[in-house]
Write a new protein. Structure first.
Length: 61
């Protein structure tokens, strides 16, 4: 049985703009999932924790 992901809105997202990103962490699969909060049944990205950290480093410099 696959555990349900618990999604949360990114702190970089706003309710007024087009940037609406949600993130969920899967401990079971050691992955970070990303999706568009306006299209929750749409495509998702699944990244390794290392790839996620590299992605975030581009925003947090």
């Amino acid at each position: 049985m696959t555990p349900t992901l618990e999604w949360f809105k990114s702190s970089y997202s706003s309710n007024e703009g087009p940037e609406c990103v949600e993130v969920a962490v899967s401990q079971a699969h050691a992955s970070v999932h990303v999706r568009d909060s306006k299209d929750t049944s749409g495509p998702q990205l699944a990244l390794t924790p290392k790839a996620w950290a590299a992605f975030l480093s581009g925003f947090c410099e």
